[in-house]
Every structure is written in C-alpha cells, then in structure tokens.
Design a protein around this ligand. Sequence first.
Ligand code: NDP
Length: 444
Amino acid sequence: MDALENNTVPSTPLNRRPIMKPNSQGLKQRPSHDTEREFGGTLGALCIPILLPLTVMFLICVSRSPEASLLQWPPALPSTDQLWNPLALVLLLGWISLHALLYVLPLGKVSEGLVLRNGTRLKYPINGFHSLCISGVLLMLLLGLGAPLGSLFELLLPLAACAIAGSYLFSLYLYIRSFWVPSHALALGGNTGNPLYDFFIGRELNPRIGNFDLKYFCELRPGLIGWVVINLGMLMKEVELRGSPSLAMILVNSFQLLYVADALWNEEAVLTTMDIVHDGFGFMLVFGDLAWVPFTYGMQAAFLVVHPQALSSLGAAAIIALNGIGYYVFRKSNSQKNQFRRDPTHPSVARLETIATATGKRLLVSGWWGLVRHPNYLGDLLMALAWSLPCGFSHLLPYFYVIYFAVLLIHREDRDERQCRAKYGLAWDTYCQRVPYRIFPYVY
Ligand code: NDP
C-alpha cells in the first residue's frame, strides 16, 4: 500500500497541508517545538472554534426560516431551549457506538498506512463501505417498522449542538492524552507549546485506544454517513408534509449519497491524505468530521423541506448531466493519478506524456492532468454546483456549499502549488508552462 498516492476523499473543511522537509532517510524530523502556524496562528485558533460552530447553528436556523436570508439582521440564532433535547444526545451516542462496533467487525481487508517517523506502519480496517451498507439496511428496517425518520428535521439543532459540544470535549481529551505519548507520535506542526493553538490544530498524530484509530474512524464514518442519514430524514419530512418526496429532494439525496459512497468505496485512499499522514487530531479535524460536514454539507435538503421547489424534467435532466460530468471528471482524474503513482507502467497510463523531476518522480502533462493542474477539483466543483441547482435561484443559502467549497479548493490549490514548487523546482515551472490553467480551463 505504500505507493498509494490518491487523495480522493472528501476532506474536512479546515484541513491544511504543512510543508515538511524529509531527512536523509526520507523520514520526517521533528523539532522540539514547531514554529510554523497556520489559520492565523493564535488568533485563528481562538476565533475559529467560536465562529464555525456559530455558523453551523446560524445556517440551520436560516434554512428553516421563511425568508432563508443569509443577510437577515439580527442573525437568526436558536434560543437555548431549542438546543437541548435528551433524545438528540441518545441518538448521537447510539450512532457513534454503532459505527464503532461496525469498525471493529472483521469485515473487509486490513491495509497498512504510510511509514511513520519511527519506521513502523499502522494497520487500518478498510470496511467503511460495509458500514455504509449495514447502516442503510438498518435504516430501511427502522423505516419499515415505522420509525419517524422525518423527526430528524426537528432534532437537527439539538443534534448539531450535541455534536459541537462533543467535539469540544473530545478535542480536550485528545489534547490531554497527547502529553502521555512519545514525541515521535506527535504531529509536525502541532507542538508549538501554545496550548490554544495546539488544542486547535492537534498534537497527537494517530491517537489510538488499542488498535482503534480515533482519527481514521472519525474521518469518513459517523459524520459522512450521518450526513446522508440526515438527508434521508429531510426527505422523510417532506413525505410527511406533502405526501411524497419532491424531484429536487430526490436529486439532492441521490447526488450526495453517490459522493459519500464513492469516498467510502475508495476508503483506502484516505490513508495517504494529509489528514491522516501529517495533521494532528485536534479540534480542527474533530469538529470538521463530526459537526461541520454532517450539518452543513446537506444544507440543500434542509432548505427544501421549508422551501419546496418545482423542477421541470428538462431542468432535472440538465442537473443530472452536470452531476454526471462532474463525477466523471472527479473520479477519472483521481483514478488516473492514483494509477500513475502506484504503477506508471500500467497500460492505462503508460502512454501518457510525462516530465521528469529531480526527485525521481514524474509529472503527468497529458490526459486529465494535462487539461488543468487540478482536474479533480474541477469535477468536485461541478458536482457541488449540481447539488445546489435543484434548489432554484430564489435564495443564496443552498449555494453556501458551492461558494465555500470554491474558496476552500482555490486556497488548497494554492497551497499544493507552493508545496509542489518546493518539491519539484524547475520541473514544476515547466509543468505550469505546459498546463497554464489551475482548475477551470481558459478561466483560472
Ligand atoms: P490531490 O489529489 O489533488 O493531490 C495533489 C498532489 O498530486 C500533488 O501534491 C502532487 O503530489 C500530485 N500531482 C499534482 N500534479 C500532478 C501531475 N501532473 N502528475 C502527477 N502527480 C501530480 O489532493 P487533494 O487531497 O487536495 O484532493 C483529493 C480529492 O479530494 C480531490 O478530488 C478534491 O476535490 C477532494 N477534496 C474534497 C473536499 C471536501 O470537503 N469535499 C476537501 C478537499 C479535497 P505528488 O507529486 O507528491 O504525488
């Protein structure tokens, strides 16, 4: 698995990629205290954990208000009695326990992660797709027994409040336990000595309880699968209110289910992402995985419950085509690079034009990676747009995800460029001359 280079999973909203310098054995050295700080350093670490949870609450409140206006003043925020419901806590704990149980079931294969700084490799169960399927079967059984899944609409605020409170508590636990691990188990960049920043960015690289990897578990399971369950809850609420699900709701549910299923089908790829390889597990990832993704990425479905949209068959066909094109570009480009990094002699990539770099690795300059320098981001953004379009053009709120995501990917692309330039030097400049556009052909 060491040659796996693909990062095809939806990552968390705040993740970032620190540049690290390999030592002579190719392993990473760690200074006693890291000085590099990201996300505005201490100020960012103070503000982001306050502002982003408020944003989650704000978006949920706005999505169900009749105006659904992001510019509403004073901003729509919940009252304290809307935030607490013991059932939400029970559901959340039950959901996480179910996924912890599915994680430890001996299903699927076991893969090794990349080599750690101490020369060892950790083992990870690749059974996220099994978890998705089993969750699906259980939900269908519950629905068959008459479980009121549409009640998730009413429970959304208390569920989000519990997820946010849980993220703070869990991050505190992770921060405290990180003082008992050996220094090679700490993340580069997560050990500045500033408690606020280290709590936010994450100190320990791979916190585990026995063989149970807490970061890997949170990356793609409770939050990502929770997102599609919440979507299904919104669909069932629509059925309660209007007798049947709307075409717009069916499209949003199907598109996002495809995205989540794809991420879990390709779960092994997460083992080479920065989230797993470099980032510590702190509030940034915990909150992103457990609160931000499930409660903001499906905002379109929550919006549609209160703001039904009529969608013509022609409009639906155009949106399905857009999502299909986006998915095709996203999957093909990610798979092409993955295949190339795993085995450049494989017949599917052997004939592609490449350029050499001083590191010994080559860069693709034809195929998808000859179209733009980040074709996978292009595909992802086309899909994000297709998720918003079923909600019509009357409100900005359903477009929150695609706008936020465009900003995230443009910023991420810029960081990746800087790292690639540092890694590949002149060869990277040659690649940029050969492939001048970053994400959108002839635009950007
Ligand atoms: P990428 O898959 O885009 O990987 C970037 C790396 O690919 C570079 O650092 C370089 O690494 C290699 N590379 C770049 N150009 C070439 C080339 N021409 N030939 C060969 N290798 C090249 O990384 P991301 O993790 O940013 O994105 C993965 C996927 O995850 C994307 O589809 C993205 O859209 C998605 N994503 C989703 C998010 C969400 O919240 N939904 C958030 C973030 C990402 P090297 O040379 O070292 O191999």
